[in-house]
Design a protein around this ligand. Structure first.
Ligand SMILES: [Zn+2]
Ligand SMILES: [Zn+2]
Ligand SMILES: [Zn+2]
Length: 143
């Protein structure tokens, strides 16, 4: 928690009870969460926060690199906590249990130099969508 609060301070975000509560939810989950789900979870902890505020908090936390946006095939928005902010890495998403895992590996530089050479362009950003079955779901499947 402390390291995320330090990041918020760095980005000049006040540590409000709402922002803290949203962060805590993500810290307890290994999977991605949607805004409506977050609203319900906060409601259970008797913290009534409207959806527009939740969207705003999620965007702020994403802007600070604490959360990542998950592109979902349903086109709905989901977010997950990034446990290694500010390093070039990727995320593995389990399509069964929605668990998100850090992939501390990136070999994009090869693709990047290929593009720069072939298209004479400069690559500025890249993202990679990696989906599959996590180790737990794989095990359950083979039982
Ligand atoms: Zn991450
Ligand atoms: Zn899984
Ligand atoms: Zn990368």
């Amino acid at each position: 928690m402390e390291k995320y609060l330090a990041v918020l301070k760095e980005y000049h975000f006040k540590i409000t009870p709402r922002r803290k509560a949203v962060l805590e939810l993500f810290l307890r989950q290994k999977r991605y969460l949607g805004p409506y789900e977050i609203k319900q979870m906060l409601g259970k902890a008797s913290l009534e926060v409207g959806l527009p505020s939740i969207y705003r908090i999620l965007e702020e936390l994403e802007g600070a690199g604490i959360l990542i946006k998950i592109e979902h095939s349903s086109r709905r928005l989901y977010y997950s906590l990034c446990r290694k902010p500010h390093i070039d890495h990727h995320h593995f998403v389990c399509s069964k249990c929605n668990r998100v895992e850090e992939v501390e590996f990136c070999n994009f530089s090869e693709i990047s130099s290929f593009i720069e050479e072939k298209l004479n362009a400069k690559v500025q950003h890249h993202s990679l969508r990696i989906e599959g079955l996590c180790s737990q779901c794989r095990r359950k499947k083979s039982l």
